[in-house]
Design a protein around this ligand. Structure first.
Ligand code: DHB
Ligand code: FE
Length: 287
């Protein structure tokens, strides 16, 4: 059976892609952020997952405000990256796993999630930047991906509780898939940030640290926030934290924090990275 071995959450600020392209990782502005990924890469190198399920939000590349699904799941053999307007280099395509995607889709629909299914799907910086951070300079992507897009852009947004339940359902789907695959779930975006309006540049360290604390062992405590409250507390784009909650929902076993990094600011964002270990039943055999 497929097994969820852990989770990685990270911010997905486009400027990170530009810093990678310009090789500025070791400059004083960037180092505190990129250094937080040494652990992530070591962990991925050790654990060697086969598949990553991404919970992320599209920023106007595959979906636009005229047609905005609340939840959409990719079922393509390949996902192309394009630049939705930041001037970022385009990453090579990401391999998909259509059979696994359809299993997840069937499970979600059986659980009464009325999702959009995408047999063609472009993925933007919210997938491409995390992949470039997880495997910098990789000649080939070592994993297949399943993109799960959550609307964190066009109100009304799905509630925190609903996103967590979506994650639960995706988690059940993964663990009922009959192939021996090691799966990592990843939530991208956040933490607090606001890109425009009167509060542009708004960051709330106190709330971010509360989220980072609670998401490990007491994620249910975060589900009481309405999206209006999340916008007030974390900024208009800080609601991307919904992607992190969906990721955490997929983990129903024993969860422990392996690594965390928090750094203000990267561009307009309080940037955070979190790695969680997930043990479902028995101790995994050493690889
Ligand atoms: C920024 C952050 C984001 O999450 C995003 O999607 C775009 C821009 C930023 O801080 O610049
Ligand atoms: Fe974003």
């Amino acid at each position: 059976m497929a097994e969820i071995i852990g989770a990685i959450a990270t911010s997905h600020v486009p400027a990170i892609g530009k810093a990678i392209a310009d090789k500025r990782q070791d400059e004083p502005y960037w180092k505190p952020f990129f250094a937080g990924f040494d652990y992530v890469r070591q962990w991925l190198g050790r654990e060697r997952p086969d598949v990553i399920v991404f919970f992320y939000n599209d920023h106007g590349l595959n979906f636009f405000l005229d047609k905005m699904p609340t939840f959409a799941v990719g079922a393509a053999a390949e996902y192309k990256n394009e630049d939705e307007g930041w001037g970022l280099p385009v990453t090579r395509s990401f391999p998909g796993d259509p059979e696994f995607s359809w299993h997840v889709i069937e499970s979600l629909v059986a659980d009464e999630f009325d999702i959009v299914t995408c047999q063609e799907m472009l993925v933007d910086h919210a997938v491409a930047i995390p992949m470039s951070l997880y495997w910098p300079g990789a000649a080939q992507w070592p994993v297949k991906i399943i993109p799960v897009s959550i609307n964190t852009v066009q109100h009304p947004l799905p509630s925190a509780a609903r996103c967590f339940k979506l994650g639960r359902s995706v988690g059940r789907a993964i663990e009922s898939y009959g192939k021996d695959l090691k799966v990592v779930v990843s939530g991208t975006g956040g933490l607090s940030h606001q890109l425009d309006g009167a509060r542009a540049g708004f960051i709330n360290k106190e709330f971010d640290l509360l989220c980072l604390e609670k998401i490990v062992n007491e994620p249910e405590a975060l589900l009481r926030y309405s999206n209006e409250e999340l916008v007030k507390l974390a900024g208009t784009q800080g609601v991307e934290f919904l992607n992190w909650l969906a990721m955490r929902g997929a983990l129903t076993g024993q969860v422990s924090q392996l690594h965390r990094n928090y750094h203000i600011p990267i561009s307009n964002t309080a940037a955070a990275t979190l790695v969680l270990d997930h043990r479902k039943h028995v101790q995994r055999k050493a690889a």
